[in-house]
Write a protein that binds this ligand. Structure first.
Ligand code: GP9
Ligand code: MN
Length: 630
């Protein structure tokens, strides 16, 4: 077998190695990747390789040395520009470029004015591989020789590139399960699959979205509008506007499910404070309330609460449709004189929050940079809830009033780790460490909420606010059914049980209302938007929303899950089986059929609004279609 003559291929080999090394050096010096262990570093080092091999490998198909060399130089220049573009963007925005920002000229307005501060003379380093290639080309005569390459060698080369890609994806999947199906965060994507692959992925997602958008037109909205208008609930007169002008504080309680509320674990109370609220004179507690999220988890719950629409069945709508036109609750409140914000001590680009919050018209995002995390104040995913609440109340004290702020807690997140001093109760005793620890982190969250109420009182913010708290999604997945059945003292967890376990608590706490109740009608996150707006006296009769006011006489106890399951007073539909809620036994599917039909329609309408970006054709003030394409 004839061996490969490396000197002939030296320019190709050199280009690959140079771009590879340069990319890794740039990762480590120009971005804050937060590498936590050897495996993450290893993934970071190999992640540019598959793409670099592939793109330079195309030169192997070129017949003339001139074309080949030109292609290699051109490619290295292009990759350098992409990488450097990200570096410059990152210096300014602390984020990686995503396709839509390239089309948003305002971003570059900002960049332009501070270009001098962003660009340095030593940035020439980012082009070092291009420069070296040019030098080689000039001084190494061999590289200008003509050669042809055997088919098998070429095939082996590309097989290698694909193999490295799969190795990379496999390792990334173990480090960060569901990375590509859920998308999470640009930083995590770059860290795990590399800048170049990330851009391809981003181009794929964004172009899919924009193709669907381009094909849509406003007429699709007529049918949706008819449905929404026919099903909307009239607010109860005595509740509408009853708390006009109050501040609204929404608290997303990470992974909190209802099964721990008013329940014990090995004789210990899990949520003493949240239990007391269920009996409190100023609290409406919804005991049959459900999350309606999909893969987008927290971000889906945010989406549902803000828009009273569903997230998507695939991926995370926060990531795939961050640039759409929305009529969010924040925007409505903003129009009504509210200062609107979100508080969450995490990287701002996580779940693409920084971008979609702009589309929601949210005035300010208090991200990780708005918090000071002292020693011992971080665990698991980041800042602990107690200092988070504490510093957030200080931020609130500075906000113009009335304000609407949405707080997203973090400590009670899988895998539910805590520092010793924050463990108020013992672990549970089952085969699942996850479930065992869950009770402890939930107990910690309960403590955090109690202290939060005290902080609010101390700051004088309590009396004039409405505090709404809800669980964002499940914390214990079906992987822990065995342990769950042990805790619930059941023989096993059926599809019926799993559906009911999707219940999360909802508290609407209104200081001074003196009307506290437990409301056991089925309800879902999609109902939060109209409920709050109506309490504040804001009309939503023209809004394109699928939920309905929980205090309205017309509110229907029918909750649709994102995956097509549903719950009513009497029925649960799961795993294509219709269950009688009273007995938990299967019943005639005919009983469920009308609800199956309606849930299919509602999910479809919600999807069509999002995929077609249809709200750009809708005038929320008049309820009319806007003819011209925005
Ligand atoms: C991340 C936090 C958790 O910022 O909201 O997200 P999740 O994993 O629960 O969707
Ligand atoms: Mn969450």
């Amino acid at each position: 077998m004839k061996s490969i003559n490396w000197s002939k291929h030296s320019i190709l080999a050199f280009a690959i190695v140079a771009t590879w090394i340069k990319t890794v050096v740039v990762y480590l010096t120009s971005f804050d990747m937060g590498i936590e262990n050897g495996m993450q570093l290893f993934i970071l080092v190999i992640n540019p390789l598959s793409f670099v091999l592939f793109i330079y490998g195309i030169s192997l198909f070129m017949k003339s040395a001139k074309a080949r060399n030109r292609y290699i130089i051109g490619t290295s220049l292009l990759l350098s520009i992409v990488l450097y573009g990200n570096v410059a963007f990152y210096r300014f925005y602390n984020d990686f470029i995503t396709l839509p920002v390239l089309f948003q000229t305002s971003n570059f307005g900002d960049l332009g004015t501070s270009a001098a501060a962003i660009v340095n003379w030593f940035d020439i380093f980012y082009f070092v591989d291009v420069i070296l290639l040019l030098v080689i080309l000039k001084f190494m005569p061999k590289v200008t020789e003509q050669y042809s390459i055997r088919k098998e060698v070429r095939r082996a080369y590309f097989v290698l590139s694909v193999a490295i890609l799969f190795l990379n994806l496999g390792l990334a999947e173990t480090e960060r399960p569901q990375l590509l199906t859920r998308s999470f965060d640009r930083e995590l994507l770059v860290k795990n699959i590399g800048t170049y692959n990330y851009h391809l992925y981003d181009i794929y997602i964004q172009s899919k979205s924009s193709a669907q958008r381009a094909l849509a037109d406003g007429s699709e909205l007529i049918e949706v509008n008819n449905y929404v208008r026919a099903n909307q609930a009239t607010p109860k007169a005595e509740m509408f506007g009853k708390y006009e002008g109050r501040n609204v504080i929404l608290v997303s309680l990470e992974s909190l499910q209802s099964f721990v509320i008013n329940n014990e674990m090995n004789g210990e109370v899990v949520t003493p404070f949240l239990n007391s609220l269920t009996k409190d004179k100023d609290t409406y507690y919804f005991s049959d309330f459900y999350h309606q999220t999909g893969l987008g988890k927290t971000s889906d719950s945010e989406f549902i609460v803000e828009n009273s629409l569903f997230g998507l069945g695939r991926g995370a709508v926060f990531f795939t449709h961050g640039e759409n036109t929305y009529n969010s609750m924040s925007e409505r409140l903003g129009e009504n004189g509210y200062f609107t914000s979100v508080m969450h001590p995490n990287n701002k680009s996580f779940w693409n929050r920084d971008r979609i919050y702009q589309s929601f018209g949210i005035n300010k995002f208090y991200d990780i940079d708005a918090y000071t995390i002292g020693e011992g104040e971080a665990v698991n995913w980041g800042m602990k809830d107690i200092p988070f609440f504490n510093q957030s109340v200080q931020h609130m004290a500075e906000m113009p009033q009335p304000f609407y702020t949405r707080m997203i807690t973090l400590t009670n997140h899988y895998p539910f780790y805590l520092d010793e001093e924050d463990k108020y109760i013992n672990e549970f005793t089952s085969n699942s460490g996850t479930l065992n620890r869950y009770f402890q982190t939930v107990r910690y969250m309960d403590e955090a909420v109690k202290l939060f109420f005290e902080d609010l009182k101390q700051q004088g913010l309590y009396d004039n606010s409405i505090i709404v708290m809800y669980g964002d999604h499940y914390g214990i997945s079906e992987n822990h059914n065995k342990a769950m059945s042990m805790y619930l003292e059941k023989e096993g967890i059926t599809a019926f049980d799993s559906a009911e376990l999707q219940s999360v608590p909802l508290y609407i706490h209104i200081p001074g209302s003196n009307d506290g109740q437990v409301i056991d009608e089925p309800a879902g996150q999609i109902d939060i938007r109209p409920t709050i707006l109506h309490l504040l006296g804001i009309d939503t009769s023209k809004d394109m929303q699928l939920g309905s006011d929980l205090f309205s006489e017309d509110h229907e106890g029918f909750v649709i899950f994102r995956d097509g399951r549903f719950v009513t007073d009497e029925l649960v539909y799961a795993n294509e089986v219709c269950y009688d809620r009273g007995t938990g036994e299967a019943t005639d599917i005919a009983a469920c059929q009308p609800f199956i039909d309606r849930s299919t329609i509602e999910l479809e309408y919600s999807d069509s609004i999002i995929n077609g970006d249809l709200l750009r054709f809708y005038d929320g003030k008049t309820g009319n279609l806007i003819e011209e394409n925005k």
